[in-house]
Each structure stands twice: as structure tokens, then as C-alpha cells.
Design a binder for this molecule. Structure first.
Ligand SMILES: [Zn+2]
Ligand SMILES: [Zn+2]
Length: 910
């Protein structure tokens, strides 16, 4: 990728407050080559990155320790240490997304990881903890289940050992024997550990103790919550996590107050419209903003005490009002992404004879070979999975059942000792959620359509089943039933979304036993009664029988309803296709249908969620498909084993920051790639998505970030030459003895240099201005109305620099016109000191296709367009002011000549 080509070492403009070291004015020529201003570093040398600049400044004694430059350089240096540790521990290199996460943690940022499983989230979390252990700092890893705690404990031990870090790892879970548990709890109380690993249940039940223990060492350095969807289902766990992170009751109260205030501010325009006097409007806005400012300040203080929190989420969506506290207190939305990034061939077939489903499955597995997953429907259960595994073994296939009771089957499969795992197709089951082997899994076969099943008598009124039954009646019931079901469904769905797994289980038990205690239990019971009554009606049954995509089956005289389980199908088949450091692997999924109506339903519904093109298995070009699948597995292995050389790494997925102009555009683009997660970085809302080639951060500059400064008015204190004196030494190549300032443009008789300042906007009166460099108060106060509530584009620059520091490449996607080119140029110049690489991308319509096309074709900036826009802007400024006729006569023709007619020879402004 091309870094901005700079043909000559001359500035096209000077930008106030932008030297990454001293914060003084400096030219785009310096910024774009990552150098600080000439006052900080007088030589002009080629540097690779910010660390090199940092070392140069250390040598010449001009380094400012509290500067942006020092901060980002130190993060970079430390990130490299983590990278070394990672290589030592795993024998492979971090891939780009992991490198980005490492930098965020080291900057002290909390965030949510949105990638699907299989991209090394857990490895990242564990290694970060190992790294902090090497520095004597403590971490806490929180997981949803005991098997995961055991697995991660093992992983942490292995990685720490391989990295040569004597980390003390302490895992506490329910499978420990009494004595061992007592011993471990004792170690916990004595803070005798570096890495604590527990279930979220432990966190909830021992919250106060954990807080007290953490207090002894001033809080955890790093907290990692894996599978946040499972953990965050209840408001209680949100609070618990926030408290462990270091927030007090008072902080949480402030957070809730902030949420309330934000809602009020969102409604403010309507309120203001009703007001009569301008004074009243002004007072109301002022009141809201001063409240906002004071809350923000208090929350900023609270944040300083907090640990770094990283939560990882695969699918699903943590909901509820309290989850929004993460946004207010830690700046990110836990968010979600759907698994639409899949590269899977979805195929179906039927058994040759209805009783021979198992034979058909075996036949397919024999043809596809090693690295397979076989799923059995949930109603047939674990026993059937074991039976099927045995049947496959009898036919000479190394198959084994993989259930929560037989967890070691996974290890044998991973090592290649077995070829096929047989598991149950259930959404939260180990075989659906607990598999993370992109280099091993080649295909999935479903022995029967994955489905949900319930009895016509509706004997098991689990709340989730109640929802499903209602959904079924909404879709297929007669009109009166359908309407009532819809009302109930809307109500219950909202309740279920708020409940944790534990609360759901409790509620299910109460509904079974009839002893109702939980809140909402009565509402659910009402729905259960409704469903049971409906299922007693003959007309309802007729409708269900006629429905094209569900099935009614009778077993030992009892009727059951089967519904295709699309969510589980997408999850389970998704095990065969994974985003990894080199892209998305190709996978194959075959459904051997035991019921054609269910298959019909599955096919229809998957199309709502993913770009699935169903094909008959027999019609596939298997040799070609398997070859593609195997090539991808080989690439994954090469990445995992660190055999990919840097020269080949060009092919791999990169992290990129895409900057567009309007926030709406940023949101629309993000929505093309699944439900994006988002973060607030300073004033910027940043979306994060995966496109297959990129892990892409998308944000908006909000149009121009810098503009020509206002001319400085001479006063008794400020001389006419004030600005020139101020800038002297900040830009090279100007003859300062002859220089004059013509309305924000420096002219020395030969060269022209526009002076840019940040753009400020008053929140109360809407006034927009650039600050007067001679008058520092113009950065803080509105010159028109005196208000101190001001949006300052320097905050945008700061946030862009932060984002640029995380990614492999910055892609400037401002509008494809002359003005867009100049806005992009400014943005590129301002964030360049922290960026690794920058390029321009261009798209003329906002469609998924156009964006992907643009991402594949980055280009250098068109400097002629940038220059044309500079001329246009300067012209506007001069027309706005009355220039003396002499200046017009002398200045303007020369300016045009230099800039427009001789671009290659021109110096200043060229
Ligand atoms: Zn400087
Ligand atoms: Zn104002």
C-alpha cells in the first residue's frame, strides 16, 4: 500500500497545535513524514515509525514526556514486547486484529471484541494476562462455564510456561474437590496469584470478597470476560463486572444519571421548538450542557481508577438498560455481530430409504474423510450421538461422540487421533459453541434437520419454549389465535431478553411445578395456558398440519411439533468456515433430511440470515470443493504455525481505519457488514466490522477539520508581525524577513503558505470560527456570545490519531470531489504522525459493492485537486475581505500562476 507520496519537502500549509511533540504549529510536509516541527527536530530524516522519532528526540534532548508522541511511542514499544512474548509462547505471530487489541489494552482502553470465535480472542486474553504477570500485575479472566474455566486454566499454564513467565495461575470452579477448593480459596484470599480464572457465577456470589481482595493490590490491571453474551444477561452481572473494574455505587449512579441526561438531550430540539423566548432556549441548552460537562468530568475521574476491561462476544446481543452503562462508563457498546461472514456451501440430500438415514450419513462421511462434525437433532439426544459414532466406527471411520461428559474427545480430534466428532445440535451445546478449530474442521453433516421439538400437550413450559410456541401460533394459527399470540409474544420477548440463564431456569422450574414466585411468572403462566388451550383446538391442528415448513410427528401415540432450528444450524455449520488471519476459510455443510417439510423450512429461513445458496449434495463438484477447502486449511495452519513470511503477509487480513465525512455515511457503510459494534473515542463514534479482507474501523471527520485562521488584529501588545514571529522556525523555506500575512496566508514575495487552525463551534449560538492564535481564550470561549460550551475539532484530531495508532492502514474515504480531496489531505496530515500507512479510497455510491471495490483499490492523493481546493479557499477568504488594490494586483496573479500553471516547479502551496 502506498504511503502518501510527497514529491518535495515543502509545506502546503501550516497547521496550528499539531506538532506531536510540542503541540505547536507545523507543516503538512513534516506531519506526513511523521516528523515533529523543525523546532523540535531540525534535521529532516526518513523515519520508519513513531518509535524512531521518539528515540531521535530522546537523543537531542527535546522530547516532551507528556506529549502524544511520547505516549504512542511508549505504547508501541510495549506492544512489541507483548508480540515477542506471544511468539515465544505460541511459536507464531500475532495477527493484525490481535495486534490492534494489544495496543488498545496498553493504552488503557476498555473495549468489546466483536470477531467470531476462531480468531484467537481467548488466546489474546490469556496472553495479555501472562504479560502483565511478567510485570507483577494481576489479571482476572471470567468465563461462563466450569469446563471453560478448566480449559482456559490449562491454556494459561501452557502459554506461561512456554513464554518462560513464572505466572501464578489460580482457577476456581465447581469441579474442585472440597479440600482443593478450600486451598485455592485460601490462596485467593491471600492474593497469592497473578491470574485469577473463575466462572461468572463465582463473581456474582463472591462479589464483595473479590472486591476486598482486589483492594489489597489496588485493583486488577486487566479483566477479560469471555463470551459476554452468556455473562451479561442479567443487570446484576453488569453491575458486578463494573464493580470489579473499580467503579463505586456512586459512579454507577452517575452513569445512570448520564444515560438519563443523554435521553433528555436527544429530546431537547422538540422541547426547544415550543419555547417562546430566545433567552429561555439559551438557558435551557446551557443548563443541559453544564450538567453534561460536570457529569463528564466526574466520570472521567472515575475512569482513571478503573481496570482495563475487555469483553468478547461471538454472537447474540447483550441487552438491557444496564448494559448501556458500559457505554457511558467505559466508552463502548458490547454490541454484536451476526455470523454473516461465512463462506460455506450449504447442501442437502435425502436418505435412499427412510430407515437408512445413518447409512447415508456414513456414506457421506466416507466420501468427505477426515475433519468432520456430525450433528444429531436435539430430540434424539446424546444416546443417539453415541450410537451413531459407534456405527461409524463399525464402518472403519475413527469417530467419537463429543458431549459435555466426554470433553477429551475434542483433544483427540484436535490431535488428529480421531477423524470425526458426533455431537448434538443444540444452540448452547459444546459441539455447537465449544469448537474452535479452523485448521481441523473441514465439513459438517447433519443427521436429520436441526430442530426444536415440543409435545402437543406442551408439558415442558420452559420460557424459551413458550416463546417458540407463540411464534408458531403467530405464523400458522387461525386469525384469533394468531393475534392473541402476537400480543403475548411481544410482551414475553422483552422479559426473556432481560433474564439471565439462571433466572430462566428458575422460572421454568416454577412453571413446571406450579409454585410461582418469580416476577413475571404469572405472565408466563397465562401464556402457557393460552398455548395449551390453543393446542386443544382442532382447527389449530389443521392449520399446523398444513404449514409448509414445520412437521407434526407421532411417537407412541403422542403428537409432537417440530420446528427447524435455524440459529443452531448457522452456528453449527459455521464451525466449518472461520475468519482467520488470512481471510475466511471455505467450508461445507450437508443436511441429510429426515423430513422434507422441515428441510423446506430450514432452507427458507436460513436465507433470511445469511447469503446461503442451497444445492443438492449429489450435484456438487466434490473434488474441486474439497481441494479448495484443503488449501484454506493449509493456509490456516501456516498462519497458526508461524510459517507465513512477512512478504506473504500482504495477502492476510488487515486492520484498517476508514474515515468518511458524514456520521450518517459511516453508520450506513458499517451496516453493510452485519450489525456493527461501536465505541466512542472522544467526540467520534467508531463502528467496527469485518469485511473478510479487513477488520475495519469506520468513523466520520464531520467535514473539514481545519480551516484558514482569522487574521490577527494588531493591538498595542500584539505587533503586526506577531503571527510571522510566532511561526518563524516552525516551517522551513520561508524568507521570514520579507514575509507578510495576507488574511491568513503568509507571502514572502515568492512563496505562499496558508495557516490553518482548528474549527470551533459554539453549542449555544451555533457560531463557527477558527481561533485567533494571539488570543488563547478564543479556543475556549465563543467570541459572539461568550459561551464556554464549544466543540473543538482538535478533539477530533486527537481521536483520529488514537485510532490511527491501532491499525495497519488508514483509508481516507472523504467525498470524491475537489473539496473531499482537500478534507482528506488535512485529515491524513493531522493523523499521520501515529499512522503506519495512509491511502485514499474513492467511491461514488454508498453500496456494499462500491465500498468493497473502493477498499480493494486504494490510491495516492491527487495533489492537483488538493491544490485547486487550496486556491479556491484562499480566493473565498480574500473576496470576503477587502484587500488593498496593490496587494490584489501583485498578489493574486502571482498566486494563481505559482499554484496553477507551474505545479511541478512551484514551491510553496504546491
Ligand atoms: Zn514541535
Ligand atoms: Zn456562541
Amino acid at each position: 500500500m502506498v504511503f502518501l507520496a510527497l514529491e518535495h519537502n515543502m509545506a502546503r500549509g501550516v497547521y496550528f497545535y499539531t506538532c506531536p511533540n510540542c503541540g505547536g504549529p507545523t507543516g503538512d510536509d513534516r506531519l506526513l513524514t511523521r516528523l515533529p516541527c523543525p523546532k523540535c527536530l531540525d534535521e529532516r530524516v526518513a523515519v520508519e515509525d513513531i518509535v524512531e522519532v521518539y528515540e531521535l528526540l530522546q537523543k537531542n534532548g527535546k522530547l516532551r514526556r507528556d506529549s502524544d508522541l511520547a505516549f504512542y511511542a511508549r505504547v508501541e514499544q510495549e506492544a512489541r514486547k507483548v508480540e515477542e512474548l506471544f511468539e515465544k509462547a505460541t511459536g507464531s505471530r500475532l495477527w493484525s486484529a490481535q495486534r490492534m487489541w494489544v495496543r488498545r489494552v496498553l493504552k488503557g482502553k476498555s473495549f468489546a471484541i466483536i470477531a467470531p470465535t476462531g480468531v484467537g480472542k481467548t488466546t489474546f486474553g490469556v496472553l495479555m494476562a501472562v504479560y502483565f504477570a511478567s510485570k507483577g500485575e494481576k489479571s482476572y479472566i471470567i468465563l461462563p462455564t466450569t469446563p471453560l474455566v478448566v480449559m482456559v486454566e490449562e491454556k494459561a499454564r501452557k502459554l506461561a510456561e512456554a513464554a518462560g513467565v513464572p505466572a501464578k495461575i489460580l482457577a476456581i470452579h465447581s469441579k474442585l474437590k472440597t479440600r482443593e477448593r478450600r486451598e485455592r480459596l485460601k490462596r485467593f484470599l491471600e492474593t497469592d496469584f497473578d491470574i485469577l480464572i473463575t466462572t461468572s457465577k463465582f463473581l456474582l456470589s463472591k462479589l464483595d470478597t473479590i472486591k476486598a481482595v482486589a483492594k489489597k493490590f489496588n485493583g486488577f490491571r486487566f479483566i477479560f470476560v469471555d463470551d459476554v453474551d452468556a455473562v451479561l444477561k442479567s443487570g446484576k452481572s453488569v453491575d458486578a463486572i463494573l464493580r470489579i473494574v473499580g467503579f463505586t455505587d456512586e459512579d454507577i449512579r452517575l452513569g445512570l444519571e448520564m444515560l438519563k441526561l443523554q435521553r433528555e438531550i436527544a429530546r431537547l430540539p422538540q422541547k426547544l421548538r415550543k419555547m417562546e423566548s430566545r433567552e429561555e432556549v439559551r438557558e435551557t441548552i446551557k443548563e443541559h450542557y453544564s450538567k453534561l460537562k460536570s457529569l463528564q468530568e466526574k466520570i472521567e475521574e472515575a475512569k482513571k481508577r478503573a481496570s482495563v476491561l475487555v469483553v468478547s462476544s461471538a454472537t447474540g446481543r447483550p441487552r438491557g438498560a444496564r448494559v448501556r452503562l458500559f457505554k457511558v462508563l467505559l466508552g463502548f457498546e458490547a454490541g454484536s455481530r451476526s455470523e454473516i461472514l461465512r463462506n460455506i456451501v450449504d447442501a442437502y440430500t435425502f436418505p435412499d430409504h427412510s430407515s437408512k438415514l445413518e447409512d447415508k450419513v456414513a456414506e457421506i462421511v466416507e466420501r468427505l474423510g477426515d475433519g468432520g462434525l456430525v450433528y444429531v437433532p436435539v430430540d434424539k439426544g446424546v444416546e443417539y450421538a453415541e450410537k451413531l459414532a459407534e456405527l461409524l466406527r463399525n464402518r472403519g471411520i475413527a469417530a467419537e461422540a463429543f458431549t459435555s461428559k466426554n470433553y477429551f474427545a475434542l483433544e483427540r480430534f484436535r490431535k488428529g487421533e480421531t477423524s470425526v466428532l458426533v455431537g448434538v445440535a443444540i444452540y448452547y451445546g459444546v459441539a455447537v459453541r465449544g469448537l474452535d478449530l479452523p485448521e481441523r474442521i473441514r465439513y459438517a453433516v447433519f443427521a436429520g434437520v436441526p430442530r426444536l421439538k415440543f409435545s402437543a400437550k406442551f408439558e415442558d413450559p420452559h420460557p424459551v419454549n413458550v416463546l417458540r410456541a407463540l411464534g408458531l401460533l403467530v405464523e400458522h394459527g387461525p386469525k384469533d389465535v394468531s393475534q392473541r399470540a402476537e400480543e403475548l409474544l411481544a410482551r414475553l420477548r422483552r422479559i426473556v431478553q432481560r433474564l439471565s440463564q439462571a433466572a430462566l431456569a428458575r422460572l421454568a422450574e416454577e412453571l413446571r411445578s406450579g409454585k410461582l414466585e418469580s416476577p413475571y411468572a404469572n405472565t408466563f403462566l397465562e401464556a402457557v395456558k393460552f398455548v395449551r388451550e390453543a393446542l386443544r383446538r382442532e382447527d389449530v391442528w389443521r392449520c399446523l398440519e398444513e404449514a409448509p415448513d414445520i412437521a407434526i410427528v407421532r411417537e407412541s401415540g403422542k403428537a409432537y411439533i417440530l420446528i427447524p432450528d435455524v440459529a443452531t444450524y448457522i452456528q453449527a455449520s459455521g464451525r466449518t468456515s472461520r475468519l482467520y488471519a488470512g481471510g475466511i476459510t471455505k467450508g461445507l455443510s450437508v443436511v441429510v433430511a429426515d423430513n422434507s417439510k422441515l428441510l423446506e423450512g430450514l432452507i427458507r429461513r436460513t436465507r433470511w440470515w445469511v447469503e446461503a445458496e442451497w444445492k443438492r449434495f449429489e450435484e456438487l463438484d466434490l473434488p474441486k470443493l474439497l481441494r479448495e477447502i484443503d488449501e484454506d486449511r493449509e493456509k490456516v495452519r501456516a498462519v497458526v504455525e508461524g510459517r507465513v513470511k512477512p512478504s506473504e503477509a500482504r495477502e492476510l487480513v488487515k486492520t484498517a481505519l476508514m474515515v468518511v465525512e458524514s456520521p450518517n455515511k459511516a453508520r450506513t457503510i458499517a451496516s453493510f457488514f452485519g450489525r456493527p459494534s461501536s465505541r466512542q473515542v472522544g467526540p467520534l463514534k467508531v463502528y467496527e466490522v469485518s469485511t473478510g479482507d479487513y477488520v475495519l474501523l469506520i468513523t466520520a471527520s464531520g467535514g473539514h477539520v481545519y480551516d484558514l485562521v482569522k487574521p490577527v488584529k494588531p493591538t498595542p501588545k500584539i505587533s503586526k508581525r506577531w503571527l510571522m514571529d510566532e511561526l518563524q522556525g516552525s516551517v522551513e523555506g520561508i524568507d521570514w524577513s520579507r514575509a507578510v500575512n495576507v488574511q491568513g496566508v503568509i507571502y514572502d514575495g515568492e512563496n505562499y503558505l496558508p495557516i490553518y487552525g482548528p474549527i470551533l463551534r459554539c453549542k449555544l449560538c451555533g457560531n463557527q470560527w477558527t481561533p485567533d492564535p494571539a488570543e488563547p481564550s478564543s479556543l475556549e470561549k465563543c467570541p459572539r456570545c461568550g459561551s464556554q460550551f464549544v466543540n473543538n475539532s482538535q478533539e477530533v484530531v486527537k481521536a483520529l490519531r488514537e485510532l490511527a495508532s491501532e491499525v495497519d492502514v488508514v483509508l481516507i474515504g472523504t467525498d470524491p470531489d475537489t473539496e473531499g480531496e482537500k478534507i482528506g489531505w488535512d485529515v491524513a496530515s493531522l493523523l499521520a504522525p501515529t499512522a503506519k500507512s495512509i491511502a485514499r479510497i474513492e467511491f461514488h455510491e454508498i453500496t456494499r459493492k462500491a465500498i468493497l471495490e473502493a477498499l480493494r483499490n486504494p490510491r495516492p492523493f491527487k495533489e492537483s485537486l488538493v491544490e485547486a481546493q487550496i486556491v479556491r479557499r484562499v480566493e473565498d477568504r480574500w473576496i470576503g475581505f477587502t484587500l488593498s488594490p496593490v496587494l490584489w494586483l501583485e498578489f493574486w496573479p502571482k498566486f494563481c500562476k505559482v499554484v496553477l500553471s507551474e505545479p511541478s516547479k512551484s514551491k510553496r502551496l504546491s
